[in-house]
Design a protein around this ligand. Structure first.
Ligand code: HEM
Length: 538
């Protein structure tokens, strides 16, 4: 499971890189020169001025001055763990990905996170949680960069900076939303009502998980799988925790947030250290890859929509076990760089416009966060497959590349054919027909349905879960200073469910507005309680 060193030839030896930290019988400078005193600066006499020539002093302080790197622009607060993924082989019919073949075992690194808080913020706040998994497969790295909520706030990545600006601390006082004004968040979601579905998941118990070990994970977008014959299937990825899905009560979350802001981080590390390895099953919902890319009328390219599990059951395809804590938080959890574009043969993206923006964003932000383009050479990010790219030089280049001709074909270095074979490569074009089109900025008509799925979610809740949702809306909206914002959000709730709207309005001391839309055709159904639930007990 150890990352292999990045070798000059691009091949990997399989040996862990030599550790340079605290190795050896005596202390040295960064250049390996032996030191006899690291506690006193070099001075002109015991009470004299410090001398500029003291290299050890300057090196020690210079390095300390640069110990911090920028935190992630979102998902800054997180905790990670190593583990293994064992494939059941049940996905072999729909994908040729080698790590999903029966019996395949693949090392993984997982990072869980909150979205909005800064690096030092509390774990148990009401927020979405990130669930990002790096699979070090024999065919290269595959990253499944998901959340614990199956839908997203927006349908198009061009709005991502806007929704995050609305949710992050207010620019004037830098006070987090969770403790003071909530006006911008509720202003955004009441004006951009496609956010209502994700927001209701946040207001439900899913927004305050008991632990990372008891969270589901979702790939959110629809992905396209390709099998050995070239046939394609659309899928949504799900992680189901073996411990079941559990949340805190709001009062518990408040107490743990104050008494132990590291509550989730500690829980994960303690469980792994005690040998209580957390496990999740990976599952897929599969849909025929039709030109419409819809299933039972649900637009598969709209990340604000789920496909209920009674319409498309989640089929288990493998087991994830987290069994090793990071030995160094900075080297591993902080420097890990996930990317939705890290794909292996047999897994491809779809034309979801939210996903398209992500394909740009992660690589782009990591160039700043990890100081240059060579962060794939940081041990935690190194593929466990051979690397033979034509990327050269740049800040923090670790490889000593050989040869003179980093281009293909060439007649000087020889040896390596350009293509390993069209059927074995990643990033080959899946032959998807595109309709004749003209350039537009408009979204498809189906993206205008913002209320039927929040209603579906609401109707699938038990009475006690509904009470929690009502209380959460009332509490959070009660923190808004601006009554117009509260009233606009109540109008959105009126379009979701009359009782929900009335109860929240009552709590806020405001009149309940009438719905502006006719009720959508969504009937309550006991089966809907399966939306996003754990597997039936085995
Ligand atoms: C980070 C999930 C949408 C930009 C993350 C992380 C997760 C995640 C789990 C943390 C990764 C880690 O632990 O290092 C999601 C999901 C999305 C979504 C599930 C929607 C379905 C977007 C969009 C954008 C975006 C639309 C931009 C257009 C970023 C950026 C980071 C990030 C810039 C920081 C990455 C880094 O610094 O390494 N996201 N995200 N995300 N996300 Fe997203």
């Amino acid at each position: 499971g150890e990352p292999a060193p990045y070798s000059p030839t691009g091949r990997h030896t399989g040996n862990p890189p030599q550790s340079r930290a605290q190795d050896g019988p005596y202390l040295t400078t960064a250049q390996g020169a032996r030191l006899y005193d690291t506690d006193h600066s070099l001075k002109a006499g015991p009470r004299g001025p410090v001398l500029l020539q003291d290299h050890h002093l300057r090196e020690k302080i210079m390095h300390f001055d640069h110990e911090r790197i920028p935190e992630r622009v979102v998902h800054a607060r997180g905790a990670g763990a190593h583990g293994v993924f064992q494939a059941y082989g049940t996905a072999e019919g729909v994908t040729k990905a080698a790590f999903l073949r029966k019996g395949a075992e693949t090392p993984v690194f997982v990072r869980f996170s909150t979205v909005l808080g800064s690096r030092g913020s509390a774990d148990t706040v009401r927020d979405t949680r990130g669930f990002a998994t790096k699979f070090y497969t024999e065919e290269g790295v595959f990253d499944l960069v998901g959340n614990n909520i199956p839908v997203f706030f927006i349908q198009d990545a061009i709005k991502f900076p806007d929704v995050i600006h609305a949710g992050k601390p207010h620019p004037d006082r830098e006070i987090p939303q969770a403790q003071s004004a909530h006006d911008t968040f509720w202003d955004f979601v009441s004006l951009h009502t496609e956010a209502q579905h994700h927001t209701m998941w946040n207001m439900s118990d899913r927004g305050i998980p008991r632990s990372y070990r008891t969270m589901e994970g979702f790939g959110v977008h629809t992905f396209r799988l390709v099998n050995a014959e070239g046939a394609t299937t659309l899928v949504k990825f799900h992680w189901k925790p073996k411990l079941g899905v559990h949340s805190q009560l709001w009062e518990e979350a408040q107490i743990t947030g104050g008494v132990d802001p590291d509550f989730h981080r500690r829980d994960l590390a303690d469980a792994i250290e005690a040998g209580a390895y957390p496990q999740w099953e990976l599952g897929i919902q599969t849909f025929p890859d039709t030109p419409e890319q819809t299933f039972e009328g649900i637009d598969l390219l709209d990340s604000t929509k789920i496909v209920p599990e009674e319409l498309a059951p989640v089929q288990p395809i493998g087991l994830l076990t987290l069994n090793r804590n990071p030995s160094n938080f900075f080297a591993e959890t902080e420097q890990v760089a996930f990317h939705v574009g890290h794909l292996v043969p047999g897994i491809d993206v779809t034309d979801d416009p939210l996903l398209a923006g992500r394909l740009f964003s992660y690589l782009d932000t990591q160039i700043t966060r990890l100081a240059g383009p060579n962060f794939n050479q940081i041990p935690i990010n190194r593929p466990h497959a051979p690397v033979n790219d034509m990327l050269r030089d740049g800040f923090h280049q670790q490889a000593v590349h050989s040869g003179v001709a980093p281009y293909k074909p060439n007649s000087l270095d020889g040896g390596c054919p350009f293509f390993a074979g069209a059927d074995t490569g990643a990033y080959i074009e899946t032959p998807v027909e595109l309709p004749a089109a003209r350039k537009v900025r408009q979204a498809p008509a189906s993206y205008d349905d913002h209320f039927s799925q929040p209603r579906l979610f609401w109707l699938s809740m038990s009475p006690v879960e509904r009470e929690h949702i009502i209380t959460a809306y009332t509490f959070e909206l009660g923190k808004c200073y601006d009554n117009a914002v509260k009233e606009r959000q109540l109008k959105a709730l009126a379009n979701i469910d009359a009782e929900l709207c009335a109860r929240v309005a009552e709590g806020l001391g405001l009149p309940a507005p009438e719905p502006t839309l006719p009720p959508a055709d969504v009937a309550p159904s006991p089966a809907l309680s399966q939306v996003g639930q754990e597997w039936p007990a085995d």
